[in-house]
Design a protein around this ligand. Structure first.
Ligand code: ATP
Ligand code: MG
Length: 172
């Protein structure tokens, strides 16, 4: 079995697991800044390989939430920014607490998306330019992100300009 189908199976399993958990989502108090630092540490090799400039502005925020879901949201959005931004690109990650809301955003100065692409990126298995893309993926990441955000009663939106970059913002 190829590495890619293994990855696909893992993602499908994650999704099924999360669906099963829906009835009783376990929540605990989490240091969100810590989670983001862990993700960035894990992504360290790709960040240095692509010589990406990653800037962060991360408030110390605690939230009672489901760890697997919030981790998956942060990880998929950060991973996408790293994957789709070309070498020496810039990524900005911010986490802020505003009026009792938590606002998490990931911006990059990567390829950006057209209006039509923007409407489809949350669809399962959708990938921009699948045939030409050298970047591997299954097209499930954002579908999982959207599902988890809904599960946590939050919102996600995307602002993107073709050729300039993309910003995903999650409010919880
Ligand atoms: P997977 O996350 O399952 O490994 P994937 O990254 O292709 O695969 P998604 O995360 O769902 O899947 O993203 C869907 C598509 O949206 C991507 O294939 C890519 O074309 C586009 N996309 C996602 N994030 C960005 C981004 N930050 N900049 C430009 N395009 C993006
Ligand atoms: Mg992805």
């Amino acid at each position: 079995i190829s590495k890619e189908s293994n990855r696909l199976m893992n993602l499908v399993q994650d999704t099924l697991l999360l669906t099963k958990q829906n009835h009783r989502i376990e929540k605990k108090k989490l240091e969100l800044a810590q989670l983001i630092q862990n993700i960035l540490r894990t992504s360290g090799p790709q960040i240095s390989e692509k010589m990406l400039h990653v800037k962060t502005q991360i408030d110390k925020v605690q939230l009672k939430t489901n760890e697997a879901m919030i981790y998956s949201i942060f990880e998929n959005l950060i991973e996408n920014a790293i994957k789709y931004t070309p070498e020496r690109g810039q990524i900005f990650i911010s986490l802020q607490s505003e009026k009792g809301q938590i606002v998490f955003s990931v911006s990059d100065n990567g390829p950006g998306l057209t209006e039509i692409q923007k409407e489809r990126i949350f669809d399962r298995f959708y990938r921009v330019d699948e045939s030409r893309s050298e970047v591997k993926g299954t097209g499930l990441g954002l579908a999982i992100v959207e599902k988890n955000v809904q599960e946590l009663h939050g919102t996600i939106d995307v602002v993107s300009i073709l050729g300039k970059g993309t910003t995903f913002t999650v409010k919880l």
